[in-house]
Design a protein around this ligand. Structure first.
Ligand code: FAD
Length: 814
């Protein structure tokens, strides 16, 4: 007889901190019909052997807010009758290099915008707080009093107790063997104790999550990595106040007090995957419950040596225990959260050795996501849909994870590029780019040209601080060529989809906020909104036939944006609508700039005049005998066309356009120039200025919302958002082009911190630094002076009317 219930609305798989926290928060949101299953005891995966450090400030604002929620929750749980041993001992981060000190100052700056109590302390003050450290090489430090430590197993037990109290049923020693689906949605979970029919399954399997994902053919790119720490014998006064946690990232080590000894761990430069390699996906033994891996002292040697330099006592005290535990890591060190391509199948796993710090926040956002059916915060960086098809490959996945693990504690400067597993996806023009001085960047495993190192611009415009690290003056040359003559951009990596079927137009007009059915040959810029009017996607739709449309979106957004369309189609029962990802079928080249018409006209008999080929229209034409689709559109604020050809014709077409452009000042340009040009023109970027948390009206995109349409997804919320505008995206310019913000810096108006920068960069035509930020509506008036903290000093900027360049759109409508 089955001991599990025959039905539950929500089944959570996994009873580590992840699963118990999701259960706790679901119950708090009033979800009563929830079952949690674990194949062994609770906390028998990675949770039981965690070091338990809880730090809040991370490189990502959303993650910081999530960790702040964790601390608030752990504090609250401490006063229940199942306390998790939360100890608010504070934390110190040491800078052992000047660059690290810059990073610390930057973090102190943006901690202000969260109201976090992070402040700079001198090396001596750090030593007063943690007397065991040697100050050799320490440049400075920071201290956060509200960070702490927790007992990981007790935390999971406390969360489970809270969940149980609110109705969640927990079954241990119950292994999930199979997950069944019906019409693209989960329908039941089969366990060794019986089958549970359900609407939603949450995969909180930690490092086992990929195994569980495979039950429904969902690839979850997580690999168990060995992670090690040791605990010394007790040697300190047991009655003295608890030491703060200590991180010394330049030496790859961390410490916390354990009873009256020390716990010390770190991130080895030579990592070790477990139960997976470059040729095969993870294969964790079925009996790997509450188990550890054998000690690997060889790999830990450098960490141990570094610890003795920073804390000389480490060379004297004995070692009580050594832990080598596997933990699930993702290819970019961010969590793997959200609904997958299978309806109702959620994942919350891959916590990359910060799952204890993150658990409270993870449980909250995932529970909210499940209840609302869409994320309630901007969770793009953690969304499983950020991973494209390349992560099907174990080789690609492990190379990326290895690189990340080994650079975990390194400073990551803006514009830094991944080094491993490249090149993966290339355009047909890749070899030409290489031969012509291209410096490549990588996006969603595509090689894309950042810039060509042929002609250099004005070196005095190099931004101060971090943004200057990976900067090139060549970008100015490409920027000016596009504004003054013409630039040719290889945009073949754009994500492209074809939507077809009798009801394709009806479907798209419901999903999109703008009216996208305007007749064959019309191109429309639109957003797809969620039910709260948050922007789920931002793309263009071209009607290519009566019942056929082409969607073009950003390189990194294929899985996310087309996944949203799939979900909408499934949930709204638009059964006959076909959604095909055609990204790799077509090359795309942007010919942009005042001379673009003359260049293309010299290659085609089609009339390209403004009246014959207006802005936001698209035609199938021939260019030098090659069949292409040409769409008159721009992302740089200039007259221009995007030309789509077959992959086979791509290289030939590129060379033909380059040759034809020689007399018109055309040069090949890269993505960094696009970024500078679009910032000047105020064109929004999804995951930049806009995301699921922002609505079109506050983002200045009200012009792309067709409120006159009878209905579209999110319409009611959109009307409400228009009425009750509380904040607005504003452009801020800085006269000193080298005072360049790049994101998350705090903004002060009349000495009060009012917000933080979303995106920033340089505009070479207006010769100013540019930033965009959401600010309360009452302080958004153009002309308002603001200050932005850049590495410890406040730079002066001014809120300025948008767009900063060509406000009457004369150039694009030429
Ligand atoms: C050595 C080490 C030190 C760490 N230190 C820190 C730290 O200081 N701070 C920090 O924030 N984080 C730290 N972490 C990370 C943290 O421990 C993890 O991120 C976290 O515990 C992961 O929790 P989880 O719930 O995702 O996974 P797990 O704890 O692994 O839980 C997954 C559960 O799923 C169950 N399960 C799997 N398959 C099935 C199935 N088919 N059916 C039913 N149940 C199943 C398993 O039994 C398991 O209990 C550390 C990790 C390690 C390894």
């Amino acid at each position: 007889m089955s001991v599990v219930p025959a039905r539950a609305k929500i089944v959570i798989i996994g009873g580590g901190v992840g699963g118990t926290s999701v259960a706790y928060h679901l119950a708090e949101l009033g979800e009563k019909d929830v079952v949690l299953l674990d194949r062994n005891e609770l906390t028998s995966g990675s949770t039981f052997h965690s070091a338990g450090l809880v730090g809040q400030l991370r490189a990502d604002p959303t993650l910081t807010l999530m960790n702040m929620h964790s601390v608030e929750l752990y504090r609250k749980l401490q006063s229940t009758d199942t306390p998790p041993s939360w100890r608010e001992c504070g934390s110190i981060k040491l800078a052992s290099t000047p660059e690290r000190m810059q990073e610390i100052r930057r973090q102190i700056g943006w901690a202000k915008s969260f109201g976090l109590d992070l402040h700079e302390i001198s090396p001596q003050e750090a030593q007063n707080l943690f007397p065991l450290i040697d100050l050799e090489g320490v440049v400075g430090a920071c201290y956060m009093a509200s960070d702490g430590q927790v007992d990981p197993s007790q935390l999971a037990m406390a969360l489970a107790a809270g969940a149980r109290k609110n109705g969640v049923q927990i079954y241990t020693h119950t292994r999930v063997l199979e997950i069944k689906t019906k019409n693209g949605r989960v329908s039941s979970v089969v366990t060794d104790k019986g089958e549970i029919e359900c609407d939603i399954v949450v995969n909180c399997g930690g490092m086992y999550a990929p195994q569980i994902g495979r039950m429904v053919d969902v690839r979850i790119p997580i690999v168990p990595m060995s992670h090690q720490y040791l605990i010394t014998d007790n040697f300190m006064d047991a009655d003295a106040p608890l030491l703060p946690s200590l991180r010394d990232p330049d030496n790859l080590i961390y410490f916390r007090q354990e009873v009256s000894g020390l716990l010390m761990g770190g991130y080895e430069r030579k990592s070790q995957a477990w139960s997976a390699d470059y040729n095969s996906i993870d294969d964790i033994p079925a009996n790997f419950n509450s188990m550890l891996l054998p000690d690997d002292w060889d790999r830990f040697y450098d960490i141990a040596e570094a610890s003795q330099k920073r804390v000389p006592k480490m060379a004297e005290v004995g070692i009580k225990s050594f832990i080598n535990g596997p933990e699930g890591f993702t290819p970019d060190n961010e969590f793997c959260l959200g609904e997958t391509k299978v309806g109702g199948f959620y994942v919350a796993a891959g916590f990359c050795a910060h799952g204890i710090a993150g658990a409270g926040g993870i449980g909250k956002v995932v529970a909210e996501w499940i209840v609302a059916g869409e994320p309630t915060m901007d969770l793009w960086h953690m969304d499983i849909k950020r991973f494209g098809a390349s992560y099907e490959s174990p080789n690609f996945t492990l190379k990326r994870i290895t690189e990340n693990y080994e650079e975990y504690y390194d400073i990551h400067y803006p514009g830094e590029e991944r080094k491993s597993a490249r090149p993966k996806l290339t355009s047909p023009v890749y070899e030409w780019h290489k031969a012509h001085g291209a410096v490549f960047g990588e996006k969603a495993s595509w090689e894309r040209v950042n810039y060509y190192e042929n002609t250099m611009g004005d070196e005095t415009k190099r931004p101060q601080g971090w943004l200057g690290k990976n900067w090139s003056s060549a970008v100015q040359v490409e920027h000016h060529a596009t504004r003054n003559a013409a630039g040719l951009f290889d945009e073949s990596s754009f994500a492209k989809a074809q939507i077809s079927g009798d009801r394709a137009g009806e479907f798209l007009n419901y999903v999109c906020a703008n009216n996208v059915v305007k007749g064959v040959g019309k191109t429309v810029y639109t957003q797809a909104l969620n039910s709260k009017a948050g922007i789920e996607s931002d793309y263009t739709v071209t009607q290519t036939d009566i019942n056929e449309f082409m969607i073009i979106t950003g390189t990194a957004f294929a899985t996310h944006d087309f996944g949203w369309l799939e979900k909408m189609r499934r949930e709204l029962s638009f059964d006959g609508v076909e959604i095909s990802n055609i990204t790799r079928d077509l090359a795309c080249f942007g010919v942009m700039g005042p001379n673009s018409r003359s260049i293309l006209q010299s290659l085609t008999t089609t009339d390209l005049s403004h009246s014959a080929f207006p802005f936001m229209t698209s035609q199938e034409i021939e260019i030098a005998g090659i069949q292409v689709r040409a769409t008159r559109i721009t992302y740089v604020g200039e007259l221009g066309w995007e030309i789509y050809s077959s992959i086979e014709d791509g290289l030939n077409l590129w060379k033909i356009i380059i040759d034809a452009g020689q007399d018109f000042g055309l040069i090949a340009c890269g993505y960094r120039a696009i970024e500078s040009l679009r910032l000047e023109k105020g064109y929004r970027a999804w995951a930049g200025e806009i995301n699921t948390e922002t609505n079109p009206y506050e983002a200045g995109l009200g012009f792309a919302v067709a409120l006159k349409k009878e209905n579209f997804h999110g319409k009611l919320a959109c009307m409400d958002a228009k009425e009750k505008l509380k904040r607005k995206l504003v452009a801020i310019v800085f006269d000193d082009i080298t005072s360049t913000p790049f994101g998350s810096e705090p903004i002060r108006i009349n000495n009060e911190v009012m917000g933080r920068i979303k995106t920033g960069g340089q505009g070479y035509t207006i010769n100013k630094a540019i930033a965009y930020a959401y600010l309360p509506i009452q302080v958004c008036e153009p002309g308002t002076n603001v200050e932005v903290e850049l590495f410890g000093h406040w730079a002066s900027g001014v809120i300025t009317n948008e767009p900063l360049f060509d406000p009457s759109n004369e150039r694009i409508r030429a």
